[in-house]
Design a protein around this ligand. Sequence first.
Ligand code: SAM
Length: 291
Amino acid sequence: MSDDGLPPLREVIATHGLAARKALGQNFLLDLNLTAKIARRAGDIGACDVLEIGPGPGGLTRALLMEGARHVVAIERDARCLPALTEIAAAYPGRLTVIEGDALALDPLARLTPPIRVVANLPYNVGTELLVRWLTPPSWPPFWQSLTLMFQKEVAERIVAAPGSKAYGRLSILAQWRANARIAFELPARAFTPPPKVTSAVVQLDRLEAPRFPADAATLGRVVALAFGQRRKMLRASLRPLGDAEALLAEAGIPPTERAEQVSLEAFCRLSRAVEARAGARPPRPEATPG
Ligand code: SAM
């Protein structure tokens, strides 16, 4: 028995026939000391509901509950894992809700009470998409206080990258504009069963109550997508679709010969405001005459 009175995870996997499936991104963490380390990184979970994506056999879920999470809502796509998760729910009455389904298709918010933290050893195939969604909600602040997420190390580096590095890009801007983002720790491939081909890292994102620099989210998103869409080109070329890119860059104090990866988040926000100001100054289009 483990500290929580439940069977060790290897036994759980054997009992329930949970051979890992590659298509579902299944690389399990079976060491409850490691999952406890992740749960502790999430901060004050005792006062929060926790959303977990992809609990699998439940190693991280058990750690979250042992560390005192008020309520865990876990979304799992693989129905084979449900009996094991039901056993955990029985050991922690009223504190674990398991939802079977695709995290990309489900909205669990009705089941969660704020404050909410998200903690997950994400399936790599859906991790980046979920992160982008969590960082680009219709309004800010978002439903979550913090995100504590496992990624491939290479993706983790893109999230926290500074200007001037190869990893710096759209994901860095999205994450750092409205959150404090840092790599908490790395995990070698051998920590997982089966081991993936890559090193992994846990990223901690704590939301800012307001964006770091003012800008309209949609405009900033468009500017950054254009700039990094052709990251080797000078900005005066990659931003041509904005119209008179040189004037906009001058207004934002950015040399037209810079490339996207040299431009700071603050400068991208200035550029975004210049684009907004120009859109605001443009005379409104004449109303279409009804046919
Ligand atoms: N949390 C467990 C752990 O740490 O050992 C399992 C992590 S494993 C990397 C990813 C988990 O996400 C698997 O259990 C997999 O079945 C599940 N999963 C994959 N795609 C999913 C999706 N779209 N929605 C919900 N769960 C998904």
